[in-house]
Design a protein around this ligand. Structure first.
Ligand SMILES: *Cc1c(COP(=O)(O)O)cnc(C)c1O
Length: 368
């Protein structure tokens, strides 16, 4: 019997996620010194991790012969206090991506639908397809912002999940806070709203989901330690929701889904508010630096509320290749239906300078 005859059909047609390329990989391929390669491709924190988190993780290494706390209790407790909810309303995941998959386990079966923006974070679509459900992709509006009314209209009796990233990756755009709250409150009772606040700490103003969650609305709000907290390599994210929803997520996760070093690092990172403030300021400065240079070069980009910019370059894949030859890794975004654009993570000031120096050259060469 052929192996493919045995496989769940959704697996055979499952698209493959293309991550930002690792520095070592690109250096080897391009014959460059890894020290000369910069990665502006995965919206990581260019400043690294909080020194307090690093110290806690080094100490935690001594403990790794032991299994981690399976329920990530200390971390859940701390996050509950931070968001003024109970510990029973928090679930920790192996990155927030794991929580997206767990939502698929809980809610999606073949024939079900999930509503999402057309150029929304691609993992929503991947998870939906993996469970044999149908992604219903709603075009963004003219400003590349999630079209809330169109998304609501796309909800049918088969819709189980509605994904709303704020801000969205890769566009960096975000919805008006007041409109978002009203829209969420008006969604039908048979859908679960998944709000993805992966870049939430970069924003000055966020929806207060507390009242809706307390009122028992079916909302899951996701956050991650991968972005401003600078802990992407550890894989820690979390969700907050009603106790009922959280207990479903707890039920379908692996018993030790979050590693011991990750829990220690995340806990300590939460205690380092100064570091987060510093990173937020540096990112704002970097966004100004890169956007004003793009203005000067006459390149179009979308206003971003995250730590990255979506830039229109003509042929995104070709410009990605050209920049890569110069040791600059950015992200092509054809998979988002945006073949003319590349996504560029804001780096350290000198990295941004290097990108700015090379981008026009890359665009010109990509046309030859
Ligand atoms: C980076 C990102 C995530 C984070 O994923 P992790 O699994 O927590 O690393 C989630 N959602 C969006 C929109 C992102 O850009």
């Amino acid at each position: 019997m052929k192996l493919t005859d045995m496989v769940n059909p959704a697996v055979l047609t499952q698209p493959v996620y293309e991550p930002g390329r690792p520095i070592e990989d690109v250096a080897r391929e391009m014959g460059l010194n890894p020290k000369d390669v910069i990665k502006l491709a995965s919206n990581e924190n260019p400043l690294g991790s909080s020194p307090k988190a690093l110290a806690a993780m080094r100490a935690a290494l001594e403990q790794v012969a032991r299994y981690p706390d399976g329920g990530s209790l200390a971390l859940s407790e701390k996050l509950a206090a931070r968001h003024a909810v109970t510990r029973e309303q928090i679930v920790i995941g192996n990155g927030s991506n794991e929580l997206l998959e767990l939502l698929g386990h809980i809610f999606l079966r073949p024939g079900d639908e999930a509503v999402m923006g057309q150029s929304a974070f691609v993992v929503y679509k991947l998870v939906t397809l993996l469970f044999g459900a149908k992604p219903v992709e709603v075009p963004l509006d003219h400003a590349f912002v999630h079209d809330l009314e169109a998304m609501k209209s796309a909800i049918t009796a088969r819709t189980k999940l509605v994904f709303l990233p704020t801000p969205n990756n890769p566009t960096g755009t975000t919805n008006d806070v007041g409109q978002l709250a009203d829209w969420a409150a008006g969604l039908p009772d048979h859908v679960v709203l998944v709000v993805d606040e992966a870049y939430g700490e970069y924003l000055d103003e966020l929806v207060d989901w507390g009242p809706l969650i307390s009122a028992g609305r079916k909302i899951v709000v996701l956050r991650t330690f991968s972005k401003i907290f600078g802990l992407a390599g550890l894989r820690v994210g979390y969700g907050r929701s009603t106790p009922e929803m959280a207990s479903l997520l707890q039920r379908v996760r692996q018993p030790f889904n979050v590693n011991l070093v990750g829990q220690a690092g995340a806990l300590a990172a939460l205690d380092d508010a100064d570091w987060v403030d510093y990173c937020r300021r540096e990112n704002a400065e970097g966004l100004r630096q890169v956007s004003s240079a793009l203005d000067t070069l006459g390149l179009r980009y979308l206003p971003s509320w995250g730590n990255f910019l979506l830039v229109e370059v003509g042929n995104g894949r070709a410009v990605f290749n050209q920049l890569q030859r110069q040791g600059i890794i950015v992200r092509p975004v054809e998979i988002y239906g945006l073949p003319k654009w590349v996504r560029i993570t804001i780096g350290k000031s000198e990295e941004n300078d290097r990108l700015i120096r090379r981008i026009s050259e890359g665009i010109n060469q990509s046309k030859q």
